[in-house]
Design a protein around this ligand. Structure first.
Ligand code: MG
Length: 298
């Protein structure tokens, strides 16, 4: 067998397609991020943050431009209506793409001060939008525009997109990054990626209980991630958590034990499930986008 898989638990074999190999879908980018499969259009969107582009991959192998001058777009998700929601470093905002292509700003400030640089975003089934606000996009002019943070903390926020009401639900992060809900939405997982710039920050995936009134309690460390840092993550149909690291996509059972890893030849930033038959695991990793056929969503 190839060196692709690092199987730590027999259960991992049921989640992967053992004879599959890693496919390179696109390369030559600077820093890919924000993969999201769009069922209505049967395509994958992904961001190239420093090049300020969102690209579109279709299963015929074509890669075309979806949005040029994307304001350093980073994380993407779809809302219940299938509209694209995007974190933009350049505008330090979370925006929604309307059916006519126009952009609606959903959030760009908190308590009268500009956000740092929204990084990644998910929607809960009740329509609230949850996103992280680390400072990566204002640290330099590479992934945004250098600026001094106005926010006192780097928070996880909950947004009500109809009212614009914004609530800081977690403020104890050095740099909050990717996030995902458990299947029952009673747990929120959030990546702490602050070790990217501070070796004293633990590279951990944190978990919180989500209360009935949409606050977070019972913060705990769910998993240590190494090498590198956790960035993006997704939850599969069985509730397993798939998270990026420097050399692989790592898969953890809901109880926290590692089931296995998929080795990737570049530093991984994020991932997404999708594809025409739901068998693709899309992986954004530094200059490239990869895909691997898996069984995790079957
Ligand atoms: Mg991220």
């Amino acid at each position: 067998m190839s060196n692709l898989y690092d199987i730590r638990d027999p259960a991992f074999r049921t989640l992967i397609q053992i004879n599959a190999s890693l496919m390179t879908l696109s390369t030559g980018h600077l820093w890919t991020e924000g993969p999201v499969w769009v069922p209505a259009h049967q395509c994958l969107y992904f961001s190239d943050i420093p090049n300020q582009r969102i690209h579109r991959w279709t299963p015929d192998g074509e890669v075309t431009m979806f949005r040029d001058r994307s304001d350093f777009a980073n994380g993407n998700t779809l809302d219940a209506q299938g509209r694209l929601i995007t974190c933009q470093h350049g505008t330090r905002s979370v925006v929604r793409t309307e059916p006519d292509g126009s952009l609606t700003t959903l959030a760009d400030s908190y308590e009268g001060k500009r956000l740092n640089s929204p990084n990644d975003v998910v929607e809960k089934s009740d329509g609230t939008v949850w996103f992280t606000d680390p400072t990566y996009g204002i640290m330099s002019n590479y992934e945004g525009y250098a600026a001094t943070p106005e926010q006192a903390a780097r928070c996880v926020f909950r947004l009500h997109p109809d009212t614009g009401a914004l609530v800081a639900v977690a403020a104890g992060f050095n740099q909050p990054n990717g996030l995902a809900f458990s299947l029952d939405e009673k747990t929120l997982y959030v990546a702490e990626s602050g070790r990217s710039h501070d070796p004293d920050v633990p590279a951990v995936l944190r978990a919180f209980d989500v209360t009935a009134d949409n606050t977070l309690t019972n913060q705990r460390d769910f998993a240590q991630i190494e090498p590198g840092i956790p960035d993006g993550l997704r939850v599969d149909r069985r509730g397993n958590i798939w998270v990026s690291s420097a050399d692989s996509v790592q898969c953890f059972a809901p109880g926290g034990q590692m089931l296995g890893r998929i080795r990737v030849p570049e530093v991984v930033s994020n991932l997404a499930f999708g594809g025409p038959r739901g068998t693709h695991l899309f992986i954004t990793a530094t200059s490239s986008v990869y895909a691997l056929h898996v069984n995790a969503m079957c």
